[in-house]
Write a protein that binds this ligand. Structure first.
Ligand code: IPE
Ligand code: IPE
Ligand code: MG
Length: 241
């Protein structure tokens, strides 16, 4: 086989993978409602999808996967749901860190995690440390994350550095995603056509893929489909192609 022929896996052109995929994992509540189950069961089913998609992304060789797990606005939900989500995060981290390690995955977070319960913070720190030496997929969990807050904290850091001219490069250097490529592909499940305060600055030229599939029903084949769709797009960045 000639080496300059593109190689395909699941119909995906492996030479043109998105470097950074960001996902708004939405629809856990509606999934549970459809099944007349408590919302938390939807979140549990959603955690299984996280496992499947993280593994699929790692196997494909994607560099960065950012998952929107808890927004700055999600604190407005009932306390019981918030605590349920925090416990689920804690349990999932405990159960999955070994497997993440086997898959050579690194773990990072964006968002103000100092506001999360102490038990979640300490487990996150442990998991990050355990996975720090890996060199494969960079898995970034957005926890208590808001795009506007991200921009504001960057501006504040810039101001602290003293007077000077703000530039795109300087502002980017202080965003929580500093050093990462901008998302090439932004996926949102469950059909909502909005960005809900996710990476606002960073998605300026991301390709957006919205699927009606609810997050707990989203399978690796759906993930591959999103990537194949992405590979058909013509990215023009304001030019004429
Ligand atoms: C996404 O599912 C998970 C989080 C926001 C934590 P939702 O809980 O928003 O589910 P819907 O939108 O109510 O269906
Ligand atoms: C976005 O989903 C946040 C996460 C997926 C963590 P939401 O369900 O909170 O967003 P809205 O309320 O539909 O905009
Ligand atoms: Mg939602």
């Amino acid at each position: 086989m000639s080496s300059n022929k593109p190689s395909f896996l699941h119909g995906i052109d492996m030479s043109r993978l998105p470097r950074h995929v960001a996902i708004i994992m939405d629809g856990n509540g509606r999934w549970a409602k459809k099944k007349r189950l408590p919302r938390l069961w939807g979140h549990r089913a959603g955690a299984k999808t996280v496992r499947e998609i993280v593994e699929a992304a790692a196997r494909l060789g994607i560099s960065v996967l950012t998952l929107y797990a808890f927004s700055t606005e999600n604190w407005t939900r009932p306390k019981t749901e918030i605590m349920g989500l925090m416990r689920l995060l804690f349990r999932t981290l405990r159960a999955e860190t070994e497997e993440l390690n086997r898959n050579n995955i690194q773990l990072e977070t964006i968002g103000d995690i100092s506001k999360l319960p102490a038990f979640v913070q300490s487990d996150l720190a442990k998991a990050k440390a355990q996975l720090a030496h890996n060199s494969g997929l960079k898995l970034i969990l957005a926890l208590n994350y808001g795009g506007r807050q991200d921009i504001i904290q960057s501006v504040n850091s810039l101001l602290k550095e003293g007077p000077g001219k703000a530039t795109e490069e300087l502002l980017e250097r202080h965003l929580q995603t500093a050093g990462l490529p901008d998302p090439d592909l932004l996926i949102r499940t469950s059909g909502e056509m909005r960005v809900s305060n996710f990476l606002l600055w960073q998605i300026a030229y991301s390709e957006i893929f919205v699927t009606p599939t609810l997050w707990p029903d989203f399978k690796k084949e759906d993930f591959y489909r999103a990537i194949i769709d992405f590979q058909k797009r013509e990215r023009r960045y304001g030019g004429i192609g």
